[in-house]
Design a protein around this ligand. Structure first.
Ligand code: ADP
Length: 261
């Protein structure tokens, strides 16, 4: 980031190195409830990012001095696996992971009705298995779905997207090359139902007009992603309902996990 580059990121047809238009998202898919031990979980693939989120709680906060008598404490922990990037990443928390954990915790606390659960902790684990830029927003997006899967009351699932500037043009959802050689990256997330912005950062520089363009693009993308989150939840829970209905008459052909022969 920040380097003046010789790398050409937008071609003569206005397409980006992965063929996307300037306001086009990478492909996103979300799966709900992939872990059995967690109270809620989700898996997201977002372009080259692969991220798992697991939620535990609300449960009594321990040790006791970490309890807040008036609300739940939200502890998000973002971690990048050693194998998530080309060069092996040194395992364990670093400054970057600590920062991302903090801003994600704060964002989630803004949407959860924390005052309903005094003295408890809500633990949110975000594990990045594969990273290709935009992992903090991918993680926050998955964590929000995992919270919903855990049944934790909240204003809405947080949705977001980064926008930024490459080759002098404002573009949506930067990939790794664009993040490395571009001029700016602006991660952004909001609570769709209220419009409240809960995460906003900027790496690099934008003019005011470019910034406004970036936010407009990210907001549209967030609304689209918000729908994907809802669809992912409905897919899980309509499947569960179907299983309930067909319990008495198991299907032939043992393809499903709960077909009893
Ligand atoms: P985000 O993933 O939210 O965009 P950054 O802008 O800090 O966060 O990082 C951009 C990308 O840089 C990451 O998604 C990842 O692909 C890569 N990256 C981050 N940290 C490391 C690291 N320690 N080693 C190798 N690549 C990294």
């Amino acid at each position: 980031m920040g380097m003046v580059s010789e790398v050409k990121l937008i071609d003569e047809n206005g397409l980006r190195i992965d063929g996307r238009k300037f306001n086009e998202l990478r492909p996103i898919s979300i799966e709900v409830g992939i872990l059995n031990r967690a109270d809620g979980s989700a898996y997201i693939e977002w372009g080259g990012n692969k991220v798992i989120a697991a939620v535990y709680g609300p449960r009594e906060a321990f040790p006791k001095h970490t309890q807040n008598p008036s609300k739940a404490v939200v502890n998000a922990r973002y971690n990048m696996a050693a194998f998530s990037v080309d060069e092996r990443k040194r395992p364990g928390p670093d400054r970057r992971a600590t920062e991302i954990s903090k801003i994600i915790s704060e964002a989630l606390e803004a949407t959860i009705f924390v005052e309903q659960f005094p003295r408890t902790a809500i633990d949110v684990y975000i594990e990045v298995l594969q990273a290709d830029a935009g992992t903090r927003i991918a993680g926050l997006t998955a964590a929000s779905v995992a919270l919903a899967d855990a049944g934790i009351p909240m204003r809405d699932m947080i949705a977001g997207c980064a926008a930024g500037k490459v080759d002098g043009k404002v573009v949506l959802d930067l990939n790794k090359e664009e993040d490395n050689y571009g001029q700016a990256d602006v991660p952004f997330a909001l609570i769709p139902r209220t419009g409240e912005v809960v995460l906003l950062q900027m790496d690099g520089n934008l003019t005011r007009a470019e910034f406004e363009e970036a936010i407009e693009m990210s907001t549209k993308a967030a609304m689209f992603i918000s729908n994907l989150q809802r669809e992912a939840l409905m897919t899980k829970y309509s499947r569960a309902e179907e299983r309930e209905e067909t319990k008495e008459e198991p299907k032939n052909g043992n393809s499903g996990e709960d077909a009893h022969e």
